[in-house]
Design a protein around this ligand. Sequence first.
Ligand code: ATP
Length: 660
Amino acid sequence: MGSAMSWGGGGFGGGGGGFGGAPGGFGRPAAPGLPFAGIPTELQGGVDGLLASEPEHPAPDVVFNQNGSELELKRLTLWRLLTKYRGMLALAGLLVVVISVAAQTGPELTGIAIDDGMSAGHEHFAVVAILAAAYLVFIAVTAVAQRLQVKVTGRLAAWVMNDLRVKVFAHLQRLSLGFFTEEKAGVVMSRMTSDIENLQQLLQDGLSQLAIQALTMVVITVILFATDVRLAAITVVLIVPALVVASLWFKRASERGYDRVRDGIANVLADLSESLHGVRIVTAHNRQRHNVIHHRNVVGDYRDANNYTAHVNALYGPGTQFLGVVGQAVLLAIGGEMVLHHTLKIGALVAFFLYLNRFFQPIQLLVQQYNTYQQGQASVYKLRNLIDTEPEVSESADAVELPPIEGEIVFDHVSFGYDPDRLVVEDIALQVAPGETVAFVGPTGAGKSTLAKLVTRFYDPTEGRVLIDGHDLRDVTMRSLRRQLGVVPQEPFLFAGTIRDNIAFARPEATDEEIFEAVRTVGLGDVIDRMPNGLDTVVHERGQTLSSGERQLIALARAFLAHPRVLVLDEATSNLDLQSETKIETALDALLENRTAILIAHRLSTAMRADRIAVVDQGRVIEVGTHAELVASGGRYAEMYATWVRQSDLAEHAPADSGR
Ligand code: ATP
């Protein structure tokens, strides 16, 4: 049995039950090995039971819109996020009011019990008992309302956070390549983790606590004034101004502190992510110690920021408490004097004091919650900035579907610069006929990959147009364009999953037969044969367990399976040993047949296989022609070719010469 047969026959078990099975159904196991022999009869009952209790798994109803749906485009605000769940929000609001009022009845009831049930001449146990029972009822109401409120706000927060996570992720999928080159991955990660976490905190607990404490303050202020206007006025004049000054200072200081904390954590995450991604280079260059020192500094800044906020909190909390105690002492003297002169009942004074105590608590809690609120708001602000980032490459509102193309590519006087003030390619005029392969060659940094990125519309030209079959790329939908384009990047990216999933990435609905064909065409068969589980071998860590040649072959199979009319291959032949290179070049021949292709080639042996060659230098196409024409013309290509031939000859003869 040939190698192709061995992976073709035994590897898949046929049928495609592995990943293409119907949702909720029992597909055949994808793993190779013993054939699936059915469910043993003694287990059938249990399986039926499980299936009966299985929830429905409807097909996901996600519609990805390149320009964002109307709802997604609305400005991100806390209010807008919350009002999607109006019913829950109203219920939470109602519970907040119940808690704030019911919890404040105690001191009032105590005051009445003292004045009307216990004080001289008013000894009525029945009154005391009824008031105590009422007290209990209000406590019970408060407890039940609190429990419900925690449940309601918890659920509300979970829904809102879910919406937000999906919204931000969808937006990230929409953003163009430029964003991901400029923005550090760690910063994006910190938006998705710590910023969203902050918001979760705020929604779960912060907002309701803020509302409860603010409302409690209002309720208590009203009661204080109702109990005794003079004492209440003295409280306002004595304590409130000092409290306002302290709170304003705290607001400013803690804002500064939390800014530092947020920047600190973003830097820690960015540093961590870079170190993890670059772990191989770090190890290879013995930079571990340097990295530890750097990380220690970054973490140290974060620690200092946290210390600062702790310091600010420590000043404000006890400070306001002290103010409260001083205020109480003054009020005790004034209130006591009023009781002695019978202008205030003793019960009312007790109630006043009890309320006064409770008046400080919400202020302190409010201030603490204010931190959470501030962090949450800052996170909303940062997330809003992220969501408001417009993709540089966007789909125009009247973009049309690109019909099935022949594959003619035209660079119509194209200029482009990543920074518009510094052009990287300039005035490129080039026509690639349908079915033709054009190789771009030239020195490093000349702009070859940039030209390829313009064809795939990862970027838009600064000037001029790129046309496919006469359609300006900016006038067609991205989806219809990319469906007909195949891209094999310089560094093929493999996703976590099986090799099969990776090959079928662009067409998950591909049948096993089609996957076999792709594997066979690019000559991946014997590589897969060597894998422990054939096509179902799981690749880890972006395929780091595979060689770079193997990764490139998988990327070629992926491109082949997508059946694109136009292929863009970026240096698919670099960094390979001779044997892998030959293999990949054979795969390329199969892949390029009947397709328009742009091939960025470092090796002239690859370039020579193309129908025509374009020499790119300093952002301009300086020569175009077939290999023979360019060699005959004696220009730059001829020079490169002559050098290459000389080096190949040297390489060929070197061992023989030295042997002589
Ligand atoms: P190589 O053969 O080394 O891959 P190339 O010819 O493909 O080189 P390009 O990658 O097109 O070169 O780069 C052309 C120029 O554009 C270079 O000067 C490079 O520094 C710059 N450049 C490339 N990518 C970016 C980017 N994302 N942002 C800013 N400048 C970039």
